[in-house]
Design a protein around this ligand. Sequence first.
Ligand SMILES: Nc1nc2c(ncn2[C@@H]2O[C@H](COP(=O)(O)OP(=O)(O)OP(=O)(O)O)[C@@H](O)[C@H]2O)c(=O)[nH]1
Ligand SMILES: [Zn+2]
Length: 358
Amino acid sequence: MVRDYSAFLPGAAPARREPTALDRLGWGPAFARQIEAEALTATPPVRVVAVHRSGLQVAGDGIDETIPPGPEATVGDWLLYDRARPRSSRVLERKSLIKRRAPGTSREVQLIAANIDTVFVVTSCNADFNVARLERYVALAFEAGIEPVIVLTKADLAEDTAPYVDAAQAVSDRVPVVALDARGAEPAEALADWCKSGRTVAFLGSSGVGKSTLTNALLGTQAIATQGIREDDAKGRHTTTARELHITPGGCLVLDTPGMRELQLTDAATGIADVFEDIEALAASCRFTDCRHETEPGCAILAATEDGSLDPARLARWRKLQAEDAFNSASLADRREKDRAFGKLVRSAVQAKSDRKR
Ligand SMILES: Nc1nc2c(ncn2[C@@H]2O[C@H](COP(=O)(O)OP(=O)(O)OP(=O)(O)O)[C@@H](O)[C@H]2O)c(=O)[nH]1
Ligand SMILES: [Zn+2]
């Protein structure tokens, strides 16, 4: 008998195997290396596939259940499912995390989505197109540890998409740009490189740019109500499930969450620096390390605006994003400080009371 040892030879292609139930949910080495083999049976890994008011819907190998709210987890998270005490299920370390400052005055940080591989930053080839907004969303993706791709929708409605594509491409060398018609079959093909089996993707962008249309195009259904439909259905369809992972025919997981519509930057200094790496590099060569790039002699940034190599509008947007981030991060820090002070006050009041009782 002649045995075939070719699979053991150097350079042999790894044996191809069918994806497991966990692979299909986006499982991979980044998570597997966080747990011991024995733990796998005692506390099987499950992914949070939806967040309902009543709890977290989790799926795993032969598991599809809703567990009560409790673990500090969001859609996309992987948990080690503790059947006896679901609330104590451990959240595995994330590959990426999108969070935001809660709207309104509460200033809490909300977890929006975890373990997203690619964020499609969506805008359209019309009046919605706004470079500052693209920069903000790209910074947010970089900060979250996610690869961003800029998607320009409504290409069919624009006379010429080139100016939009050029402006989007100028946001960052590291971010691919795709222009398309979000309706029909085009998105599945144009976004195929990022929408592979077992990968998790999400769309981020303002209202009406085509996020639901794109999601439907990838899913090959009309599962998500688009704006046109929603207008004559005032009840809204997102009321029962706020955040959910859908699966495409090709096995890609697509996140749908209303929380992705308005995102303020907070604690995103690194993400901003990644988007504006051209300006950051200039800043590093200013004569003074604490240069404010206003009137200082030897300022490389001012020199670049003067010789025309740096667009003053881009410089202004960098300053504005930094200010927004500093404001939001500071108010969070403030809040934490106040919470600590309040906790201290309560503790000393309780102490005083028990002292009096003695
Ligand atoms: N012609 C054309 N229309 C589009 C395109 N993309 C989206 N639309 C239309 O634009 C409208 C808004 O699209 P939606 O997919 O609902 O936008 P959305 O980003 O999900 O909006 P929100 O749900 O409010 O966040 C719908 O009527 C779509 O049919 C496109 O590429 N070309
Ligand atoms: Zn300077």
